[in-house]
Design a protein around this ligand. Structure first.
Ligand code: C5P
Length: 302
């Protein structure tokens, strides 16, 4: 997350994530699922601008920045600007916690595909907590912000912590940062249709599971020797069953690239790992002829 002061405004650029590994260990009594997942934050950003306004309200403006303008005419998931938007929920939670009654206008520039398993909404929520904590001078500790983050969603703590990569456990909110000695490169391909995380978890069937070792995944990742065999996402099967675009996107990636291919989070975005940024650029160029996909060459931070 990059935080900058621009005159009287505060600007935050907040990244997307990819789950390179995701195992579901079982269903919990509270209805959530226990996870073991490896998340990497990647250089595709939403931006939030915080500006003071006279009233004591929170006003949200949303702008969508589609990498493929033709997609705007298709049935993309809608971007809610009402109380369901995680930005407004995060702002409300912070107000309740601190009693702050200052007004703010938040402008959200959305580049991270929605309902795509890239954590865009969670990343925006984390940026709102960090941004308003500074903007309103609330001085909440990182521990307190983490408690609020966990109330907002399972991935929000990852973005608040802002590690380059991490193993996330619990329902996703328990973060153990992982060191990467080299930059990681990938091409992300995302169809126009999305998937609801809740529906994908609901369709997950425990009896079909093969459990994989996160420890061995992390050591291969740190050595830079990940192969197709290591890539595992227990939500891929239910996501494929719910939305045919997932299988089509994975097939397109396999046709065009040789590297390991997988799906991120609960889909629908899929990725192929690349050895270099240059290779990612070449593969992204080839894939961009597929008009049904949004394509992003991405790298991790170092
Ligand atoms: O936590 P978050 O609001 O992002 O999750 C969205 C939905 O996905 C939850 O309401 C739940 O149905 C499902 N989920 C789950 N187990 C997790 C994370 C999410 O069942 N670990």
């Amino acid at each position: 997350m990059v935080v900058r002061h621009q005159g009287p405004s505060l600007v935050i650029h907040t990244p997307a994530k990819l789950n390179l590994f995701l195992d579901v260990l079982g269903k919990r009594p509270d209805g959530y699922h226990s996870l073991e997942t490896v998340m990497v934050s990647v250089g595709l950003y939403d931006s939030l601008v915080f500006r003071e306004i006279e009233s004591n309200q929170t006003r949200l403006n949303c702008h969508r920045c589609e990498s493929r303008p033709t997609f705007e005419k298709q049935t993309l998931p809608t971007l809610p600007a009402g109380p369901d938007n995680l930005v407004l929920r995060a702002a409300d939670l912070l107000r309740k916690q601190t009693g702050c009654d200052q007004g703010v206008e938040i402008t959200l520039v959305k580049r991270i595909p929605m309902q795509a398993g890239m954590g865009g909404g969670s990343s925006d929520a984390a940026a709102t907590l960090v941004g308003l904590n500074q903007f309103w001078g609330c001085d909440l500790t990182s521990e307190k912000l983490h408690m609020l983050a966990a109330e907002l969603g399972s991935d929000v703590n990852f973005f608040l912590e802002s590690p380059i990569a991490a193993v996330c456990r619990g329902r996703g909110e328990v973060i153990e940062p992982v060191r990467l000695s080299r930059r990681f490169h990938a091409v992300v391909a995302c169809p126009s249709s999305g998937l609801s995380t809740a529906n994908v978890f609901r369709a997950w069937a425990s009896e079909r599971q093969r459990h994989a070792s996160v420890t061995s995944f992390v050591s291969q990742m740190q050595r830079g020797t990940l192969s197709q065999h290591d890539i595992h996402n227990a939500l891929e099967r239910p996501a494929r069953e719910l939305n045919g675009d997932v299988a089509r996107t994975l097939d397109s990636l396999r046709r065009i690239a040789n590297g390991p291919v997988g799906m991120s989070g609960s889909g629908t975005s899929c990725f192929v790992l690349c050895r270099t940024a240059r290779e990612a650029g070449v593969i992204a160029g080839r894939l961009s002829f597929d008009r049904s996909l949004r394509v992003f060459p991405v790298s991790s931070r170092v």
